[in-house]
Design a protein around this ligand. Sequence first.
Ligand SMILES: Cc1cc2nc3c(=O)[nH]c(=O)nc-3n(C[C@H](O)[C@H](O)[C@H](O)COP(=O)(O)OP(=O)(O)OC[C@H]3O[C@@H](n4cnc5c(N)ncnc54)[C@H](O)[C@@H]3O)c2cc1C
Length: 437
Amino acid sequence: MGRSIIVVGAGLSGLVAAQVLQQHGNDVHVLENLDRVGGRIRTDLVDGFLLDHGFQVFLTAYEQASKTLDCDKLQLGSFESGALIYFSGKLHRVADPWRSPQHILATALASVGSIWDKLRIASFRRRVLQSSDQQLLKAKQTTAIEALRQEGFSEMIITRFFRPFFGGIFLEQDLKTASGRMDFVFRNFSRGTAALPQGGMQAIPIQLANRLRPGTIHFNKTVTAIESVESSRERSCATSVVLSDGSKLNCDTVIVATEQPAANKLLGVDGEVVAKSQSTTCLYFAVTDPPIREATLVLNGELEGPINNLCFPSFAQPSYAPLGQHLASVSIHGDFLAAPQEVLDATIGQLRKWFGPDVDRWRFLRSYRITHALPSQSLETLASSSNNQDSNCNTGLVRPGVYRCGDYCESASIEGAIRSGIAVAEEVLAGTSSCVA
Ligand SMILES: Cc1cc2nc3c(=O)[nH]c(=O)nc-3n(C[C@H](O)[C@H](O)[C@H](O)COP(=O)(O)OP(=O)(O)OC[C@H]3O[C@@H](n4cnc5c(N)ncnc54)[C@H](O)[C@@H]3O)c2cc1C
């Protein structure tokens, strides 16, 4: 057997790292705080509806994720490209003319932006398609909002389309996210579709977990500290993981694959590296007669009300609702903070304004408030990270025998988490910090 390796966290990055390391003959154990895998990708079955913990989609253009996962087995169901945007009392369509030619006329007439804006979208798309993900993520950056202005987009299309579209992805409306993140997302939306697995988003981590040897993942195990063990004659270094019940597990290598705030605490860089989080709330309703009978994202093109975007996932993936019913998924601005009942009332009030009194027949199923949905990817946060040696996460090595990985090390996405898991496993295999004597 190779090295003994403990992975802390059974989210995508931890599962992928564990898989690669196990395939190379190492003795790998994954310790997970919760009672199931997936981390930020979990799905509940409620009254026959599949409810993801916050609305999210798999982009079929993700290069590394598509290679790592068996996408055929996920039986993906796709959303339409483009979006419907609510403003001035009705919905306006923005279609992707290359992939939804049937909607091109509606797009041309939509008062979402000027004809120049539409031409600029085409050149924005051309530009991002000419580069790779990594080139876009590493290019010289400004904020997303500044980049859109530099591309020449009007304030009208920024308010009506880009703010709710990218704001819904980065979970922040000011678009202070680094422009390379926006380019990465736009490239992946331009090259494929947004899709949902038949088994809900959780089918993605479950597929990865099923590739690990039985007994690899240990649930309800909370790691509270990571300690170095005195070197002995047999080993040049070794590490110990402390659990919440006080027990200790020794190993050669630890990989911290938790979300960034938990990682910073475990690695002792809390305070030195500020882990800012983007939050969101998602509300689900059972609907028998949806006002929109298509798998299209609906964006709030007005700067008012709690709703950022909504959709009916069961048109993209019928397994999300029982036969004869549909699921409505409504995502709320991350900074709309209120008591759950207040959020529900304000959301229903806005839905009623958009779709009329039929909304009163929608049955509320459940809401999810996710405090750390994404790490902040603002230009400011990324710039302060790269000035700080400890937080430069493009390398997974933190100190001898201790590594980290996670979406915050790459890009806050399924693709980024998977890439990071593979990268850290390769680094451990390369033995840059071997603890073996
Ligand atoms: C609402 C929402 C919408 C999103 N939308 C999209 C989208 O549309 N497309 C996209 O590509 N990405 C999206 N994402 C991002 C994507 O889900 C994440 O980037 C990815 O899942 C992160 O994986 P990870 O392995 O880095 O971390 P996590 O999934 O957070 O995994 C970390 C794991 O560590 C465990 N853990 C933490 N502390 C401890 C401890 N002390 N001891 C033991 N275990 C511990 C946690 O329980 C968790 O299981 C979204 C995320 C959210 C929440």
